[in-house]
Design a protein around this ligand. Structure first.
Ligand SMILES: Cn1cc(C(=O)NCCCNC(=O)c2ccc(F)cc2)ccc1=O
Length: 115
């Protein structure tokens, strides 16, 4: 029997789904370019082109610090990783293909986890 949803309940369930989704993204074979912030000293042009860098370790930090209000704000940061990747990398490159692969995986998994 589905309990009446309070704001707190939705938040808790939403955050549990964030933890599940983040763990799966971190464990994905194509996750390696996205596990840590892009090294802006080592990657020419990145600082100028990408206005809002994002990566899985930063999302992990924000989740640990309770900085995500709900599933939507979490999904927005994950999509930022993939949008940055598409902006900076050719589709036909190792990292570009990895970003598309991860986005397809994420889209499938969060829609499966929806209530
Ligand atoms: C998302 N993006 C990443 C890069 C990039 O060059 N990233 C370097 C990845 C180096 N990191 C690793 O190799 C690694 C990290 C953790 C791990 F557990 C195993 C391997 C360049 C453009 C771009 O748009």
């Amino acid at each position: 029997v589905k309990k009446a949803k309070t704001a707190k309940d939705s938040n808790t369930h939403g955050l549990t789904k964030c933890r599940v989704l983040l763990a799966e993204l971190e464990a994905h074979p194509d996750a390696w370019p996205f596990l840590t912030p892009v090294n802006q000293k080592a990657v020419p042009g990145y600082r100028k082109v990408i206005k809002k860098p994002m990566d899985l370790s930063t999302i992990r930090e924000k989740l640990t610090n309770n900085q995500y209000l709900n599933l939507e704000t979490f999904i927005a940061d994950v999509n930022l990783i993939f949008d940055n990747c598409e902006k900076f990398n050719e589709d036909d490159s190792e990292i570009g293909r990895g970003g598309h692969s991860m986005r397809r995986f994420f889209d499938k998994r969060w829609t499966e986890l929806l209530d």
